[in-house]
Ligand binder design. Structure first.
Ligand code: PLP
Length: 451
């Protein structure tokens, strides 16, 4: 009964898999937020380094991972694949459940998989400082780690409520050398505008993105870094699925269903896209994204052009969206509270190649606790959505008496999220209804786009 399927360091993938050439339709253009017209690569050079802009639109199926990036990946990659024997037993299911564990990275999630190459390409392009936003701090800590490794300065705008509530991730960022600023701040016009209207504003991810983008475009030596959503971020995360495929070969299995939680779409893309390549080649595999029912972008959003941020400074993209001024309820899976979704994942959902399902917060915490008691690892609240999805699939396999193979991505550990578990275990957590009225109001404010 083998439990861990491990690869050697020489089996870290040499190339990322780019899904763009395998898409059913060409990519929709990215739209400039000020003009409403397609943005040119020149519009993006003040925001991102050239190599990342190239990757954003590349039609090359395989993109080489630079050696300095693979060298840092060696600190935690290849990440282990586990067979969840004990969870299977607890569920009494004939299904074989496998999980890829990304919590082994120094920051405790999958996010360093893209933070490291982003810092590397910025270093190559002569960037001196990175500006970014963070909600609960998973992205901020990952980019702080990566920036430090390549000798870049790093400024993180951290959503103000989280700055107060999540002191440990703030400490991690500071330990790795980043400057952490509670957002909204008086550093930027976007922040000052929000503070003038409401000095007590708790902030939001959308506002923090606006501050970080403004910081980058107003400083010559500074570029912006985004932890999810964009094509190049999804690309970098494919190391997850590429490794998992090799590891499943060691187990002599191929998945019937591949599952990831979905916030902006990057860890889901990471586990799912390499299997999508097989699906495009005719293989029978389901690929399933699980999102919170209180922020149901893929299952209840509109597939249309919308701003990436609240202040309408970030580019407009075609994606599933709940509207850029939609403010999701304060669920504990902070990393899944985003109004939009990756344009790549969105197109694949729209085309019916990827399935999406929404699940409630309490059901996810129940699954997370069951998982932790069986398998030991305490999952991040975000990852608990993938666990819930896997448990539902495993129970269905039990009902049908089928020996299904289920693979899910355990995107991170929950060691810095124990207050959430405290609240769940003491019965203080609630489910949130789908805020239908707020979504409808927000979807009334979509941008006008000229193609
Ligand atoms: C940020 C985060 C997510 C959500 O982001 P995606 O881009 O959708 O992957 C999921 N899990 C963990 C552990 C995270 O830190």
């Amino acid at each position: 009964m083998q439990t861990k399927f491990l690869l050697g360091e020489n089996q870290i993938p040499t190339h990322w898999y780019n899904v763009i050439p395998d898409l059913p339709e060409p990519l929709s253009p990215v739209i400039h937020p000020a003009t409403g017209k397609p943005a040119s690569p020149d519009d993006l050079v003040r925001i991102f380094p050239p190599q990342l802009i190239e990757q954003e639109v590349s039609t090359q199926r395989w993109i080489q991972i630079p050696e300095p990036v693979r060298e840092i990946y060696r600190l935690w990659r290849p990440a282990p694949l586990f067979r969840a024997h004990r969870l299977e037993k607890a569920l009494g299911t004939p299904a074989h459940i496998y999980y890829k564990y990304e919590g082994v990275s120094p920051a405790g999630s999958h996010k360093p998989n893209t933070a490291v190459p982003q810092a590397y390409y910025n270093k190559l392009a002569g960037t001196k400082r990175l500006a970014t936003e963070t909600g609960a701090g998973q992205w901020g800590s990952s980019i702080a780690l990566a920036a430090q490794m390549f000798g870049l300065a790093c400024t993180v705008y951290m959503v103000k409520v989280s700055y107060g509530q999540k002191p440990y991730r703030r400490s991690m960022m500071q330990l790795w050398g980043a400057e952490v600023i509670p957002s909204p701040s008086d550093r930027t016009a976007a922040g000052r505008g929000i503070l003038a209207a409401d000095p007590e504003s708790p902030g939001s991810l959308g506002v923090a993105i606006s501050e970080a983008v403004e910081d980058a475009v107003t400083h010559e030596d500074t570029r912006y870094a985004l932890g999810s959503v964009l094509n190049h971020v999804c690309l970098h995360q494919t190391v997850i699925g590429l490794e998992a495929k090799e590891q499943l070969k060691l187990a002599g299995e191929y998945p019937d269903v591949v599952i990831g939680c979905h916030g902006g779409g990057s860890n889901f893309a990471g586990i799912g896209f390499p299997f999508l390549a097989d699906k495009a080649a005719g293989k029978d595999v389901r690929i399933l994204a699980i999102e919170p029912s209180s922020c149901p972008t893929l299952t209840k959003g509109a597939y249309t052009f919308d701003y990436g941020d609240t202040a309408k400074m970030a580019p407009i993209m075609r994606m599933y969206t709940l509207g850029h001024d939609f403010m999701p309820p304060g669920i504990h899976a902070g990393g899944l509270r985003y109004h939009g979704a990756s344009p790549l994942v969105s197109q694949l959902v729209h085309a019916g190649l990827v399935e999406a399902r929404a699940v409630g917060q309490l059901a996810c915490f129940e699954a997370a606790v069951q998982f932790a008691r069986a398998e030991g690892i305490i999952p991040a609240p975000e990852s608990s959505h993938a666990i819930r999805g896997a448990v539902e699939e495993a129970l269905r396999a039990k009902e049908e008496g089928r020996e299904r193979v289920i693979l899910f991505n355990l995107s991170g550990h929950g060691h810095v999220d124990m207050t959430s578990y405290d609240q769940f275990l003491s019965g203080k957590l609630d489910d949130f209804e789908y805020p239908e009225e707020k979504v409808r109001a927000s979807l009334a404010h979509l941008p006008k786009v000229e193609l």
